[in-house]
Every structure is written in structure tokens, then in C-alpha cells.
Design a protein around this ligand. Sequence first.
Ligand SMILES: [Mg+2]
Length: 120
Amino acid sequence: MSNGILIVDDASFMRMMIKDILTKNGFNILGEADNGLKAVEKYKELDPDLVIMDITMPEMDGINAVKEIKKINSNARIIMCSAMGQQAMVIEAIQAGAKDFIVKPFQPDRVVEAVKKVLS
Ligand SMILES: [Mg+2]
């Protein structure tokens, strides 16, 4: 892994929780964004190895952010972070190019497993 991970979620406690899980497991967190528009900007700026992307956010949602990031880098690695009951949106995100998804509330092991799998 050369760069690190970009965490995108409009809830600061959720970003903190994901950051904590990943840092404890030896991953480097490059940056954070609290909406899809900022996620696209940060993606361009930081060139992360992986993005963990919330779905429901103000300004631009996670689905459209995936589409925009894929235009920048068709090989971009993105894991969706969805709430329960968002299956249709998860499918749309996967079709747009997301590699995997985790469902809130998640177990730390599941987050680490998804990140390792997508980065391998
Ligand atoms: Mg959200």
C-alpha cells in the first residue's frame, strides 16, 4: 500500500469510528470528507488507495461520488458504507464500480476484512 485510505461520511462519529478501527489495524488514513463533493475533491488531491464511502450525505450522495471518482480513475477502489435497508442503493453503487460494502452498525472485523480484501 503506497498512500492510504480516504474516509467519507457526513457523521463525524462514524468517520472517527472507522478511522480508529483502521488505524488500530495498521492502515494509514490519508484524509476525510463529509460529503460527496468534498470526497471527489479529496480523491483528486490525495490519490488514495481506497475510499470508504457513506451513501446518504448532503451536497452529493455516495452513489454519485462513486460515479465521479470512477471518471477520474476507472480502477478506483471504493467500499460502500450503508445503513440497513439500503440494498437497492448498494446494488447501484456496485454497478457504478464499488468493490464491496459494509453495513452499519458494523463489527470492526468486518471493516478490516473488507479493506484487506479490496486492497489485496
Ligand atoms: Mg450519512
